[in-house]
Design a protein around this ligand. Sequence first.
Ligand code: BG6
Ligand code: MG
Length: 220
Amino acid sequence: MAKIEALIFDLDGVIVDTAVYHYKAWRRLADELDIPFTEEDNEQLKGVSRVRSFDILLSLGRVEMPEQEKTSYRDKKNEWFVEYISSMQPADVLPGVTEFIHDLKSKGFKIVLGSASKNAVTVLKNVDLIEVFDAIVDGTHVSAAKPDPQVFLKGAEAVNVAPENCLVFEDAQAGVEAALNGGMFCVGVGDPAVLHKAHWVVPGIGSIEIKEFEEKISSL
Ligand code: BG6
Ligand code: MG
């Protein structure tokens, strides 16, 4: 039986609802490029790096462009995203997440961030949640994007916990796969139809009862 010692949290769509800001910014770019882009298409971009996300968007529209032009479009998307997150506050943390994290930290679990975003630290500072993390691994520290497990493995290593003793919270298909590829347990946060590969799926962290959670992880 596994003993869960570290909890690794994805950021966008798990701790804060920034997934909607990413979608809004990609959508704005897609409109500019005349690429049809639906919320369903957006599932493929969730959890994926900025570079890979834009390549997926271009392939959806069968658009090709030189690398230099791609960089300027990606920068533009990021400027919009940074503008959207600039007014975020502690109240923008998804319901129940702050309490859940603090509660489990006080019970001795290591609290780790494992996000593809290069804006993770800005978001965590804006919502006043940065101090609770024992380790932060984000898009500035990794070379391989989810579903590669690198981001989570680095997080586990940073707190000195073996992968099989880690539990990841993820809202993206690519993120669930990354956790499983790293030999970790995974709680999907969102739609069970999308996240069915996870060990279990919840609609949001706020819906998890701590007692029930502890029972569940002790039976893994
Ligand atoms: C992930 C998001 O957390 O970070 C993706 O789910 C996003 O949608 C990726 O593309 C990279 O984020 P950023 O902020 O570095 O562009
Ligand atoms: Mg996410």
